[in-house]
Design a protein. Structure first.
Length: 152
């Protein structure tokens, strides 16, 4: 929900409209770069692609943590104690902050969930259906055979 709101805000004023020749930025805003400019207004933050990226990263990190990793998470993922993250990591989010947990979860899925899925009724039925479809004569082949029979 929060991410959608940010997307909507960033789409309200495309860069072509913002940097229009009719509306030149004031001299005070021209000299401001990066975080200094972001701190002046939400619009300035959303005008800068790097600002939007960083802004979303913070929100996404919080969302992932609260949904899957927090002790109060609604869809808590069972990870080893030493892999658990402290909420303090959310203060300085970075692209690889969840990498260790992601690797552990992938490993759990690979050696546990995946093998159970391959033995599940859902998978076995789907596999059986695919094998039956492969063994059926091709519709085009049937039509060709029929045309040969009737054209001879």
């Amino acid at each position: 929900m929060f991410t959608r709101a940010v997307s909507r805000l960033s789409r309200k004023r495309p860069p072509s409209e913002i940097n229009d020749s009719d509306s030149k930025p004031s001299s005070s805003h021209q000299s401001l770069n990066g975080t200094t400019r972001w701190a002046t207004s939400l619009e300035n933050l959303l005008e800068d692609p790097e600002g939007v990226k960083r802004f979303r990263m913070q929100a996404k990190a919080n969302e992932i943590y609260m949904t899957f990793l927090s002790s109060k998470a609604s869809f808590q993922v069972n990870v080893e104690g030493q892999s658990r993250l402290d909420e303090s990591i959310l203060e300085k989010p970075h692209p690889l902050m969840f990498q260790r947990l992601q690797d552990q979860i992938f490993s759990l899925m690979k050696y546990d969930s995946y093998s159970r899925f391959l033995k599940s009724e859902v998978f076995l039925k789907l596999k059986q259906t695919e094998e039956q479809e492969e063994n059926l004569p091709d519709a085009q082949t049937v039509a060709k055979r029929a045309s040969r029979i009737y054209n001879t």
